[in-house]
Design a binder for this molecule. Structure first.
Ligand code: BGC
Length: 845
């Protein structure tokens, strides 16, 4: 019998490491990797050993281990200490966990003495990227040194020429007028005795670069600025403060221009100018400063070139074998002074040449002006591109070893995996993972390559369940939801993109605005985070209230602008919203669904009145939908797949009989379409569940395994390595879809991966945070083996099964603190098991 292991993986909120945390009372979570059978936690103890005080221990009689309240006095700014945890199931205590350190950031605006400084000259939009510089004298031995920094624009900091931290594009992208992130870095090792030089290069980023397809830049402001505060504590206890202020000087770098869409031009022949020009102090509200909830963007992988070759017209092309997001690092040799090297990027080739039309106005071009050198490495630092191919001009011979792609994204921990016996399905799943990596770049974006790359709400609304399985995206999405709430209009309308750079007066579109309810509800379901519901409830209610206003007395939300079932494959390339399903039905169905989510969230929070109000609103909207759209024989006016899928998946019907009929008609429509996909963003995310929930599994599988165009697997057969925006972003003849909106890296249609995890492999959460797991694989002869693994808030859960010669074998690992309910093929009743490894072998026909 296993012993009760010490808790591990102690975490603070959803923070990656507890360093520089902004929450003074961070909730705690831990896992227990091993416990005797029958163990159920009944109490835990938390020990807090602050660096500046005496240790304390608090005992709590509770079975909770996920996001439990901080049981001590709130942390002060900069306060640091160790936390240890031990648990008991009523008898003896486990050993203590290893100590885990937490350190608060600057929690109050008053903690900042630094000022925002902006170069006074030569740093307007269109000028070279500026830098600002300060110097300071350091004395003896250093006990601790922290840099706290943020910027209007993006910044990198170096201390004595050495890069501070490994964050890319800090401070990241938030709704800058409401929330501006700052970062905390440990710089003790970078400071030398005597004179030190601290310097920061400022880039346009989201703040001042081009943003959106309407040729707009400087959306947030015209001037770049840095605020940085270096706090040194010496071994003798004395402290020193170095801050950005009027004493700093500015200059310009050889980065002649930098922009996320257009790329970077770098003149490597010029030595950086002396910092000769003054800086200006910029007034800025410090109450909007926040610490990060999730991880920063980092370089997470480097990929070698797979092939370097000449295109039909003689261009030098590089194939990285993977559509990715980041930039190219290139080594050039024996260069001459003034030689120019240009790197253009694209996701696909068309007729053997770089296919740049989908980039629209984004130039995606990096240019370097070289000095004479035996060997020099070329790499931009203030831009990124979405690409698989690069075209290099200005160098004659390039070998694959000279070219590397650097992959960047928000550096979330991978927590979910899937594999099965079908290589095409595995590739589809890989494509989903890459789609998420390329589009979780500080905010959840639609695409990473063209003149867009914005936080489209509808895309993450459908993808959130998949995202939360694959990566620990809780902190990332927690931050984004704070922006969503901050950007919501006073009447509850939710901008189509968050952060809002479109600035519509009254943006109301179903499925997009419903990110306000569905994303927090997903975080609660997957991470057990009740706090996110508490924080978002007003935003969730405001959105549903706006839907109710728009629907009016008959509770039918009709006649407004809608994106509808966006990108239904039958919609003409330039009218992507022209779906088969009635957009008013989409709107009203989402209204019912969101109202129910608000009611359920309110129940979880113990808000009985709110639960009652929104619960009865949801019931009335469902009834109104049935009266308006559902005919006596169960058919739906607007007889389209997405209509039936919503009726089933959003639970809009009244009787089992209606559900059964809706399922039958849905399956009939899928057969009529010859098992080709016929849904857009909305229908695609729910159609597999809708079919499987109504006994139409065979039809679901045929739809899923279809390889012809359009289908999930068609892009895979065309060599796709990411999920495409359109079912046919590339047409079967290898030409690019003529629509003006044709990305090859959009995650929305990859939302089916959630079904693969839950229903193909069979690993699903049945109670918030996977406190209960349900294992119910939906089998098909085409797949003989599948597995899914997920690091739940309670620890790692995994399911893997095989079917072989009439035997179905299942292995299930349930983490301590969770339990599972298991449906085996042809067994009359499900089995219930607690933590540990369980295996079954049963006959299967
Ligand atoms: C984006 C989408 C988005 C849509 C809504 C597009 O341009 O790329 O993914 O949701 O617009 O209209």
């Amino acid at each position: 019998m296993p012993n009760l292991a010490a808790p591990s993986r102690v975490r603070f909120e959803h923070h990656p490491d507890g360093f520089g945390i902004g929450n003074p009372s961070p909730r705690l979570s831990w896992i227990v990797t091993e416990a005797p059978s029958g163990y159920i936690q009944s109490a835990y103890e938390v020990e807090w050993s602050p660096e500046d005080g005496e240790p304390e221990i608090v005992r709590v009689d509770s079975g909770e281990q996920v996001l439990v309240p901080w049981p001590f006095a709130p942390l002060g700014s900069r306060q640091r200490g160790d936390v240890r945890i031990r648990v008991s199931g009523g008898r003896e205590w486990s050993p203590w966990s290893e100590p885990t350190t937490v350190e608060a950031g600057l929690l109050s605006p008053d903690d900042w003495s630094a000022l925002f400084i902006s170069p006074a000259e030569g740093a307007a939009f269109g000028d070279p990227a500026p830098f600002v510089q300060g110097t300071f004298e350091a004395k003896g031995e250093i006990a601790r040194a922290r840099v706290y920094a943020t910027a209007l624009g993006i910044y990198t900091i170096s201390l004595n020429g050495q890069r501070v931290g490994d964050h890319i594009f800090a401070p990241g992208w938030t709704s800058y007028h409401h929330r501006l992130r700052y970062q905390t870095y440990d710089v003790a090792d970078l400071i030398s005795p005597g004179e030190n030089v601290i310097e920061s290069v400022l880039g346009n980023g989201w703040y001042r670069g081009y943003l959106g397809w309407q040729d707009q830049h400087s959306v947030y402001g015209d001037d770049l600025a840095l605020m940085m505060q270096l706090e040194i504590t010496y071994a003798d206890g004395t402290t020193q403060l170095v801050v950005t202020d009027g004493s700093w000087r500015a200059g310009s770098t050889g980065i002649l221009q930098n922009d996320f869409y257009n790329g970077q031009t770098t003149d490597l022949t010029v030595d950086k100018a002396e910092p000769a020009t003054p800086v200006e102090i910029v007034g800025q509200d410090r109450s909007i400063l926040v610490a990060a909830d999730g991880p920063p963007i980092r370089v997470t992988q480097t990929i070698s070139a797979k092939e370097v070759f000449r295109s039909p017209t003689g261009k030098l092309l590089v194939d990285f074998g993977q559509n990715l997001v980041g930039w190219v690092r290139l080594t050039a040799r024996n260069t001459t002074q003034g030689q120019r090297v240009v790197i253009r990027h694209a996701e696909v080739l068309e007729h053997g040449e770089l296919g740049t039309r989908p980039l629209r106005s984004a130039k995606a071009t990096d240019e370097f002006i070289l000095p004479a050198a035996e060997e020099i490495t070329l790499e931009p630092e203030l831009t990124f591109h979405g690409f698989r191919y690069a075209e290099i001009t200005g160098l004659d011979d390039v070998i694959p070893e000279d070219v590397t792609a650097l992959v960047i994204h928000s550096d979330m921990e991978r927590i979910g995996w899937f594999e099965c016996s079908d290589p095409l399905l595995n590739q589809l799943h890989d494509n989903v993972v890459w789609g998420m990596r390329g589009n979780f770049v500080d905010v959840p974006t639609d695409c990473p390559q063209r003149d867009e790359r914005m936080g489209w709400t509808g895309d993450i609304e459908v993808f959130a369940p998949t995202a939360t399985f694959l990566y620990d995206s809780a902190g990332f999405l927690t931050s984004w939801l704070a922006d969503l709430a901050a950007e919501q209009k006073p009447n509850g309308a939710v901008p189509y993109v968050v952060p809002d750079v479109l600035h519509q007066d009254d943006p109301t579109a179903a499925a997009w605005g419903d990110a306000a309810t569905i994303v927090p509800w997903t975080l609660f379901q997957r991470f057990g985070d009740v706090g996110i519901l508490r924080r978002q409830l007003p935003s969730m209610m405001a959105w549903v209230d706006r839907q109710a206003d728009l629907a009016g007395d008959d509770l039918l939300w009709t006649g407004s602008f809608q994106f509808g079932d966006w990108l239904d494959p039958t919609a003409p390339p330039d009218e992507p919203g022209k779906s088969k399903v009635d957009p008013d039905l989409v709107a009203t169905a989402y209204f019912a669904y969101s109202a129910q989510i608000v009611a359920d969230a309110a129940s979880v929070l113990g808000e009985a009145d709110i639960a009652e109000t929104y619960g009865s609103l949801a019931a009335s909207v469902r009834e109104a939908i049935r009266n308006a759209w559902v005919m006596a024989d169960g058919r739906v006016h607007s007889d389209a797949q997405t209509g039936y899928a919503m009726m089933i998946a959003f639970d809009l019907l009244e009787t089992e009989e209606q559900r059964r009929r809706a399922g039958e008609r849905l399956a009939e429509l899928v057969r009529e379409a010859d098992y080709h996909i016929a849904t857009g963003f909305v229908g695609t995310s729910i159609i597999m569940d809708a079919l499987c929930a109504t006994g139409q599994e065979d039809t679901a599988w045929k739809l899923f395994l279809q390889q012809g165009c359009p289908s999930w697997l068609y892009p895979v057969t065309m060599g796709a390595t990411t999920i495409w925006e359109r079912w046919d972003s590339m047409l079967p003849d290898g030409s690019i879809n003529p629509g003006s909106m044709t990305s090859f890296n959009h995650y929305a249609l990859g939302a089916v991966a959630d079904w693969m995890h839950r229903s193909l492999a069979g690993l699903a959460s049945a109670a918030p945070g996977y406190r209960e797991i349900v294992v119910r694989p939906i089998l098909n002869d085409a797949v003989t083996f599948a597995s899914a693994r997920h690091i739940t808030p309670y620890g790692e859960a995994s399911v893997s099964w095989t079917r072989d010669n009439g035997t179905f074998t299942l292995r299930l690992d349930v983490p301590v603190g969770s339990k599972a309910i298991v449906y085996l093929p042809s067994a009359p009743e499900p089995e219930r098991v607690s933590h540990g490894v369980h295996t079954w072998s049963v006959p299967i026909s």
